[in-house]
Design a protein around this ligand. Structure first.
Ligand SMILES: [Ca+2]
Ligand SMILES: [Ca+2]
Length: 386
């Protein structure tokens, strides 16, 4: 609204008549002054304003400051940095105050535990927060870029809104191998959540490798497809080898094989028998020069050889078990040979071929059959003699 004063000029003649000759609008300009008491910014207003009109002023805060209040020259309005005064009807002053801006420093943990953002006054420092945590990773500092190439220094003054990004390095874990007496296996360094490589199986004399376990009592087998998430010790399992000890009787009675665990001892068997010979021990060589001691631990498949010395006593016919007498037991052996339960040997043939009876006399016929068993039985019970 304009409320200018109107100046009118009059002319008066000699008769006193007056006549309006001219009227002029007088425009009143009022001066506008500005005030920034805290000096944290400036105001730029028109120097004057026509009475009744408004004026637009531009406010410019210093770096890091913002407009906190502005008033004067009527009831003005602030829109952005432009302050529009009210209708000016007198000389007036526009006064502005400024305040420091607080900027938010926020933290993007990139998979780690969250970090609370900070409100930091312009040109002051953010506080170094406690390092975030992330399983399997080690915190490696805050960066100002998502590519993690520009490290942020907390001694750097904050001059704007800031987002910091956490950098992480993947932890590596040691996978070590306890061979439990076997050949040693090198440790492996394995990145978090990746797998170890199954090593070449260790070896151990007398034992067979039975896999890797995660526990000392060997109950939990380890799968090398399992991702490693911490230092890991694996334990080798072993099964004891068994070895066969076999006995070559060298013509004597058969002796059963023995299965003997590595590094334990075989059991000395009942001595074999051989018609016309006396057993003289077991040997490890066919030449019968190295006697075997049954106190010696077995560490491999072993064959033992019987040594025999000739018996000076002439064996009695019909004595099949070489005990120097003819009994029912001898007849039974002959019977078993006759029916195939026992293999006929030259010794058995020599001792046992006493039948059949011919002309009431024992008569060898080159084989052992039922008749021989009968004749030996007759001799055993005293029905015949020789
Ligand atoms: Ca006998
Ligand atoms: Ca016969």
């Amino acid at each position: 609204m304009v409320s200018n004063r109107i100046l009118r000029f009059f002319a008066i003649d000699g008769a006193g008549n007056k006549e309006v000759a001219k009227s002029v609008n007088l425009v009143i300009d009022y001066p506008i002054t500005v005030a920034t008491p805290d000096n944290y910014g400036t105001i730029n207003c028109p120097a004057t304003a026509i009475s009744g009109e408004t004026a637009a002023c531009t406010l410019t805060p210093n770096a890091g400051y913002q407009i906190s209040s502005v008033s004067g020259c009527g009831t003005g309005t602030l829109n952005g940095t432009t302050y529009t005064t009210g209708a000016i009807t007198e000389a007036c002053t526009v006064t502005a105050n400024f305040s420091l801006i607080n900027y938010t420093v926020s933290f993007e943990s990139n998979g780690g535990s969250s970090v609370i953002s900070q409100s930091v006054t312009y040109n002051s420092n953010a506080t170094t927060p406690n390092a975030p945590a992330r399983t399997g990773y080690t915190f490696a500092g805050w960066y100002t870029d998502t590519a993690l190439t520009s490290a942020f220094a907390f001694t750097t003054a904050v001059t704007g809104g800031t987002t910091l990004y956490a950098k992480w390095t993947t932890n590596s874990y040691a996978v070590s191998f306890n061979s439990n007496g076997g050949s040693s296996i090198s440790n492996q360094s394995v990145a978090y959540n990746t797998v170890a490589t199954a090593p070449t199986s260790p070896t151990r004399t007398g034992y067979t490798f039975g896999g890797w376990y995660t526990d000392t009592v060997l109950t939990s087998a380890f799968a090398f497809t399992t991702a490693v998430t911490g230092d890991t010790t694996l334990y080798a399992k072993w099964t004891t080898n068994s070895y066969t000890v076999s006995f070559n009787s060298n013509g004597g009675s058969l002796i059963s094989n023995q299965s003997v665990a590595y590094n334990t001892i075989a059991t000395a068997p009942t001595a074999p028998t051989r018609i016309g010979y006396i057993f003289a021990g077991w040997y490890t060589d066919t030449a019968l020069t190295s006697a075997f001691a049954f106190t010696t631990p077995v560490t491999a498949d072993t064959t033992l050889y019987a040594k025999w010395t000739a018996d000076s006593v002439i064996p009695v016919k019909g004595d099949m078990n070489a005990d120097s007498s003819v009994t029912v037991a001898d007849a039974l052996i002959a019977l078993k040979i006759a029916v195939g339960l026992i293999t006929q040997t030259p010794d058995y043939l020599q001792q046992g071929d006493v039948g059949p009876m011919r002309n009431n006399a024992p008569t060898a016929d080159g084989k052992i059959d039922i008749s021989d068993a009968v004749v030996i039985l007759q001799r055993a019970v005293g029905l015949t003699s020789w």
